[in-house]
Design a protein around this ligand. Sequence first.
Ligand SMILES: Cc1ncc(COP(=O)(O)O)c(C=O)c1O
Length: 309
Amino acid sequence: MSFKSPPYIWHNGEVIDWADATVHVLTHALHYGSSVFEGIRVYNTPAGPAVFRLQDHIQRLFDSAKIYHMDIPWSVAEIVSGCKQIVQKNQLESAYIRPLMFRGYGNLGVVPGADIKTEGSIAAFNWGTYLGDNVLEEGVDACISSWTRLAPNTIPAMAKAGGNYLSSQLIGMEARRLGFHEGIGLSVDGMLSEGAGENLFLIRDSKIYTPPQAASILSGITRDSIFKLATQMDIEIIEQALPREMLYLADEAFFTGTAVEVTPIRSVDGIPLKHAGRGPITEKLQTAFFGLFNHQTEDQWDWLNYIQE
Ligand SMILES: Cc1ncc(COP(=O)(O)O)c(C=O)c1O
């Protein structure tokens, strides 16, 4: 994920120069993965730049912190406003926003003492497609990883914490080393879980299936948006445990996530899916999703939070 650095960043409650947002190397989070974060997109809509589901993302940030007993010294409203402030300050029309809360500097005990405070930053910058050019139309080649996803009651998958992404790195690096665009992890019981950084859906006989929360997935906000858009289109989504061969036999499949948006999967482990590109149901959902940002889809849920209100 390469990006051009913008002039400003929000750091511990203030907007400062991008280059000044630094930490000490003995920062707790650097050693123990004790950070929580979000990835949020800003779209340039006909009514101006709008943040997609900002409140929901910041609520998930606070939920992740709650799981780890991490006190965030700002309110949800302050972080929501910090996100909008930094987009505006950097004069961005479309952007990726990365709020990060982390245990700071003060003590190197694994169990953070009272002298470890939570620090925070919010970056916003321009960022293109995540898995490559043309993938929104042509789809990606995925593989099942040899690495299993986090098991329940080990590292909580519902928290979007820095340390979780060591698993995602192993899955994602292995996939790319083997020539695939992305890797899919299985849950500890061998059922489909999710991609290294995205949720997974498949379609068979016009029904949409997706692994449930119990399959160690992150509760994706794009995933939830697809549920709502599909329901509105009278398409049923079934959440259930799915064996990997359901993917090989799928008519269509796609990934969802803030980074990948709605990206079709054209093959898994070298097996082409029936619609080995973008299938018709995927295309319908993708059109409804992107329609939110060009106003072709009505935003009935108040998902768009405009930078200029
Ligand atoms: C592991 C993982 N799963 C799923 C998702 C998709 O979540 P969302 O749609 O909220 O971006 C992400 C992206 O943040 C992720 O990192």
